[in-house]
Ligand binder design. Structure first.
Ligand code: ADP
Ligand code: MG
Length: 433
């Protein structure tokens, strides 16, 4: 016998309009059910549409297609039984903790005494007892985040939507808040019936969720649903916990072809001129290559192991690993990173040889870098303004993505000494600095 459904999401599609008039498809074919007593995780990299889905569920925006029902009713406006917790809260600096929490109840038109009583209860519950009359500026980041939780819980919502609520906190504070939340949840003390937790932190998802929907990007979609059957309290070092983390890495590094059987399997996905490039530091590229090349990995490593030893989350690690893949210095698949012969060569060479190798790969495998170099070679002045390439990229992507992509290729070009860029004049050139 399964519990009643609090929320049904069926076939959700959402797109935004691009500057050139085209559509950016952000979510496609999303199905999700939240039942009473469940914590469901939406796990994916930055840009996979998690926050967009949460806003749709909260009734703050409308889908292009599909249906969202809360307790059987179509969601067309923010339902009173759904509350949100964010990465950081806009607390009112001139209001005390108690007044900030009471704000959560203002819209409900309750008697003043009831508002006060419920607010004090929520403050107690979330561990802020004694801080009722403190002002936000007097609180640490963790305590401020607790005020945010109290403000959401004070309305006694059926569903709590949490959008990366621990990601702005330091490691220890985040873990304390997570375990406090889980303890209250397990003891049935929280005035909520179900939770959807958005996160890009794999371990956090395994620690907290009953089910995890692993999201892929472009467009955002569910790659896999993973049930977490581990008993609470969960231990990160438990072999079953580690196995599940590993399994999720494998899902997240699966080849695109597995999801789109019609597409050819590319061993190295191409970086055509319209590709959005992640902006990663060349230090990190060289650092990761050296790490994987050295002992104990010897050229091949488990991504979760590397992530743990370098203290990197997927949003930091995956862009670096994928840039190495784009440059053919490594392959990423099955939750592993494996250096190519050239990747291993890079790791043992001196700086000059490294730069030469890097430049060759950059010009061969990254179409945008080759394009910029060609334009500069052909112009008598050997110079071209930023706008020359930004305009071109904006035919393919949003202005933000174009800026990020140009910044990324500038760093790669500088490192390989393939071209130079003057940030004050906004000009690309072949000057050697
Ligand atoms: P996540 O929360 O997984 O990081 P988001 O839901 O914030 O992802 O964003 C998904 C994609 O939708 C991104 O490419 C983002 O740039 C785009 N996006 C989000 N909101 C808007 C908007 N209001 N207008 C245009 N594009 C948007
Ligand atoms: Mg988000």
């Amino acid at each position: 016998m399964t519990n009643a459904a609090l929320l049904n999401v069926e076939g959700i599609r959402k797109s935004f309009r691009k500057p050139d008039g085209g559509e950016l498809l952000v979510l496609d074919g999303i199905d999700l059910t939240l039942r009473e007593g469940e914590i469901v995780g939406l796990l994916g990299r930055s840009g996979s549409g998690k926050s967009t889905l949460l806003r749709l569920i909260a009734g703050l925006s409308k889908p292009a297609a599909g249906r969202i029902r809360y307790l059987g009713q179509d969601v067309t406006a923010p339902p009173p039984g759904i509350a949100m917790v964010f990465q950081s809260f806009a607390l009112f600096p001139w209001l005390t903790v108690l007044e900030n929490v009471q704000l959560g109840l203002e819209a409900l038109g309750l008697p003043a005494e009831e508002i006060r009583r419920r607010s004090l209860d929520a403050i107690d519950l979330i561990g802020l007892d004694g801080f009722e009359s403190a002002y936000p500026r007097e609180l640490s980041g963790g305590m401020r985040q607790r005020v945010g939780f109290a403000r959401a819980l004070v309305v006694h919502p059926n569903i709590l939507l949490m959008d990366e609520p621990f990601s702005a906190l330091d490691v220890l504070t985040a873990e304390t808040l997570r375990t406090d939340f889980l303890d209250l949840w397990a003891e049935g003390q929280l005035p909520i019936k179900g939770v959807i937790l958005v996160t890009h932190n794999i371990e956090e998802a395994v620690l907290m969720c009953d089910r995890i929907l692993v999201f892929g990007s472009n467009p955002g979609r569910v790659l896999k649903e993973i049930k977490v059957d581990l008993a609470h309290p969960r231990a990160r070092l438990d072999p079953d916990f580690r196995d599940l983390v590993e399994r999720i890495y494998v899902e997240m590094t699966a080849r695109v072809a597995a999801e789109h059987p019609s597409r050819r399997v590319e061993r190295f996905p191409g970086a055509g001129i319209g590709s959005i490039l992640p902006h990663v530091s060349s230090n990190l590229l060289a650092g990761l290559l050296e790490e994987v090349a050295g002992p104990p990995y010897d050229g091949e490593a488990d991504l979760p192991v590397i992530a743990a030893s370098l203290h990197m989350e997927i949003d930091d690690l995956f862009p670096v690993a994928e840039t190495l893949q784009m440059l053919r210095f490594a392959e990423v698949a099955g939750g592993d990173i494996r250096l190519t012969a050239e990747g291993k060569e890079f790791a043992i060479e001196d700086t000059d040889q490294r730069k030469r190798l890097f430049a060759r790969h950059l010009l061969t495998y990254v179409a945008l870098a080759a394009h910029i170099r060609r334009v500069l070679d052909e112009r008598p002045s050997h110079r071209a303004p930023w706008s020359r390439f930004a305009d071109e990229l904006e035919d393919h992507m949003s202005p933000d993505a174009a800026e990020q992509t140009l910044r990324a290729v500038i760093d790669l070009g500088r490192y390989g000494e393939v071209f130079a860029y003057d940030d004050r004049a906004h000009v690309f050139s072949l000057d050697n600095p």
